[in-house]
Design a protein around this ligand. Structure first.
Ligand SMILES: Cc1cc2nc3c(=O)[nH]c(=O)nc-3n(C[C@H](O)[C@H](O)[C@H](O)COP(=O)(O)OP(=O)(O)OC[C@H]3O[C@@H](n4cnc5c(N)ncnc54)[C@H](O)[C@@H]3O)c2cc1C
Length: 213
């Protein structure tokens, strides 16, 4: 259950952004019924765990009549409500790499209205850093896209630099430009890009301790 992930001392100690994400999924009823495996396998785009797990470099273990296979989450999530699961297969494990020295991260979700539970946009940022210096970064956007995706141009901009408010804003512009934003009754693609730009800028700035409005 999401609530178990949120309160696990092991997850809290080693993957605090994952625990923090799980503590904010939907509402207490959903967190105490919904599972991270069911969440991934259903592949609803307006959810939280997939983008967070992608930023953390998750591998998904699938078991079925043909044996076991391990896929990077990028290959497990195929499209809107489509995964790489074949008939008879189930997800049996989600593996995360051990956190490296200097590992840090943030998961941010934006709700269109306070009464909505599902995110309109999400940004997950997993980095190795030395103070405000970014050694490397994995940045994903979800919920506003058919499936979460990494943003390689923004990651490359941040890597090997001291992050300033201006650099955070520049990276966020790239993020907004590069996402495959969906347009639906909850928001147009332009609106989603605007929200993602702001959420990404604030998330980067907050993680590196630089001022952001
Ligand atoms: C009102 C509401 C609000 C929600 N808001 C959010 C939100 O804000 N953020 C968010 O991230 N999620 C949200 N969710 C989704 C929720 O977190 C659950 O993940 C989702 O509802 C799936 O439920 P479940 O985990 O019980 O899976 P199930 O309903 O049991 O399963 C979903 C599907 O996956 C299959 N499945 C389940 N486990 C496996 C497995 N291990 N291997 C293979 N196939 C499997 C099932 O057969 C089924 O087809 C919300 C759900 C509801 C109902």
């Amino acid at each position: 259950m999401h609530a178990e992930v949120a309160r696990s001392p092991i997850v809290q100690a080693h993957y605090p952004m994952l625990a923090s994400m799980a503590s904010r999924v939907a509402n207490p009823q959903v967190r105490n019924q919904g599972t991270i495996g069911g969440n991934l396998c259903y592949a609803d785009p307006a959810t939280d765990p997939p983008g967070c797990l992608m930023a953390l470099g998750a591998q998904i273990v699938l078991s079925g009549p043909g044996g076991e296979r391990v896929l990077p989450i990028e290959d497990f999530l195929v499209d809107y409500y489509v995964t790489a699961l074949t008939p008879g297969e189930i997800v049996t494990e989600i593996r995360l790499p051990a956190p490296a020295a200097g590992a840090d991260g943030r998961y941010a979700r934006f709700l269109r209205t306070a009464a909505e539970h599902r995110p309109l946009a999400s940004v997950a940022l997993s980095v190795r850093r030395e103070g405000a210096f970014c050694v490397d970064a994995r940045l994903t956007v979800g919920a506003s896209t058919p499936i979460p995706a990494r943003l390689p141009r923004a990651e490359a901009l941040l890597a090997g630099k001291t992050v300033t408010a201006d650099l955070a804003a520049e990276a966020a512009e790239i993020v907004a430009a590069d996402i495959n934003a969906v347009s639906d009754m909850r928001g147009t693609d332009d609106f989603r890009r605007h929200i993602v730009r702001t959420v990404a800028r604030r998330t980067i700035a907050e993680l590196f301790g630089v001022a952001a409005d």
